[in-house]
Design a protein around this ligand. Structure first.
Ligand SMILES: Cc1cc2nc3c(=O)[nH]c(=O)nc-3n(C[C@H](O)[C@H](O)[C@H](O)COP(=O)(O)OP(=O)(O)OC[C@H]3O[C@@H](n4cnc5c(N)ncnc54)[C@H](O)[C@@H]3O)c2cc1C
Length: 348
């Protein structure tokens, strides 16, 4: 039997698409990914990137701090009296994703805990093969498989993830643990310079660690970094080890030289990766048009259409620019509405 809509992916974009598709009675089937060691190591376990982090301070509707006090202060008393008590403080990544998933289930979403391994989008119904060996058919598909931040792959980096090591400066930079502290950004491209510039608003100092003697970033970005008094570029340096301890998390880094100089040890409280992302699109195997960085191409401005009519893309898998939970959720909503309209027009 052919499904009306299959959603591949289980981050904010996938669950939001599922909520909208389920409420539109499209009975969505979500492939949330498989719980395998391979996915754990790659950072693509079900629930996506946000499940890898702790505090989420910028998702609207979940203010950090004492939520009870916040509601008392923010709402008129009569309105406040209608609300049930809430003792939690803000929300963390896994909580937020579990809430989204539950919301999708509440409206009838069905979930398969498997990866989609390959697709055939040449004709409708589309064919999808899952990691359990089963094949599925769908009249429309929403690809919401996200992108993962690249890490250096050092054991010390893995050890201090969420305790000072982060793959997202915009997401984590404003957290109290990084305020007025020396931080490091690894990389030399535009995104590394952007991250360093962003962090310089909060940090006492930002080291930009680059393994060459010239930034890969565009001229304007490189000039911006050079003009920022808080940014110090450490040329010809690679990371040997992230230093830290159980209580404080990251406390420093040891850098090796790519130009024959002695090792350098510096105190830092935050270690941010600015070495790019890898979109989870390998399983598409040429089924959709991709950019040169392997992101799915949105073919029509302001829509989630892909190169194949009836296949839509949502979230970070098609967005290498904003990369936030709320933008992923926004395009998830759009993809479900686009799929609904497509099915109404083309029949299911
Ligand atoms: C350390 C860190 C902290 C962050 N903090 C914040 C923050 O505070 N606020 C914020 O707004 N954003 C934050 N972000 C960014 C945010 O997590 C992403 O923008 C958002 O999760 C993207 O959502 P998505 O739905 O597009 O994809 P993802 O969250 O990447 O989820 C996609 C998921 O789909 C599944 N999947 C992948 N391939 C397949 C397949 N073939 N078959 C089936 N399933 C598959 C996997 O489970 C994958 O993880 C952070 C990111 C990182 C790395």
């Amino acid at each position: 039997m052919s499904e009306k809509v299959i959603i591949i992916g289980s981050g904010p974009s996938g669950w939001t698409a599922a909520i909208y598709a389920a409420r539109a009675e499209l009975k969505p089937l979500v492939f949330e990914g498989a719980y395998t060691d391979e996915n754990r190591i790659a950072g693509t376990l079900p629930l996506g990137q946000l499940a890898l982090t702790t505090e989420v301070e910028n998702y609207p509707g979940f203010p950090a701090g004492n939520l009870e006090a916040y509601l008392d202060a923010a709402l008129p008393e009569a309105k406040r009296m209608e609300m049930p008590p809430h003792s939690r403080h803000g929300v963390n990544g896994p909580e937020l994703l579990e809430l989204m998933k539950q919301q999708a289930i509440n409206f009838g979403t069905r979930i398969v805990s498997e990866d989609i391994k390959c697709v055939d989008f040449r004709r409708r119904p589309f064919h999808l093969s899952a990691s359990d060996g089963n094949s599925y058919e769908a009249q429309s598909v929403i690809v919401a498989t996200g992108a993962r931040a690249n890490y250096l792959g050092l054991p010390s980096e893995e050890k201090f993830k969420n305790r000072g090591v982060s793959g997202c400066a915009v997401c984590d930079g404003a957290l109290p643990r990084f305020r007025n502290k020396p931080l490091a950004v690894i990389g030399g491209g535009d995104s590394a310079v952007e991250e360093a510039t962003y962090l310089s608003k909060f940090a006492s100092k930002v080291y930009l660690v680059h393994r060459r003697d010239k930034l890969r970033a565009s001229k304007i970005m490189a000039e911006r970094a050079a003009a920022n008094a808080k940014i110090e570029i450490l040329w010809n340096r690679g990371v040997d080890e992230v230093l830290g301890n159980e209580q404080q998390g990251v406390t420093g880094m040891r850098l090796k030289s790519t130009a024959g100089e002695a090792d350098l040890e510096l105190p830092i409280s935050g270690f941010f990766l600015g070495i790019g992302h890898t979109p989870n699109t390998a399983f598409l195997q040429g089924g959709l048009e991709l950019t040169d960085k392997k992101y799915i191409v949105w073919t029509t401005p302001g829509r989630t259409f892909t190169s194949v009519p009836g296949v839509f893309a949502a979230g970070d898998v098609a967005d290498d620019y904003y990369r936030q939970a709320v933008t992923a959720a926004g395009t998830g909503c759009m993809a479900a509405l686009d799929a609904e309209r497509f099915l109404a027009e083309h029949g299911d």
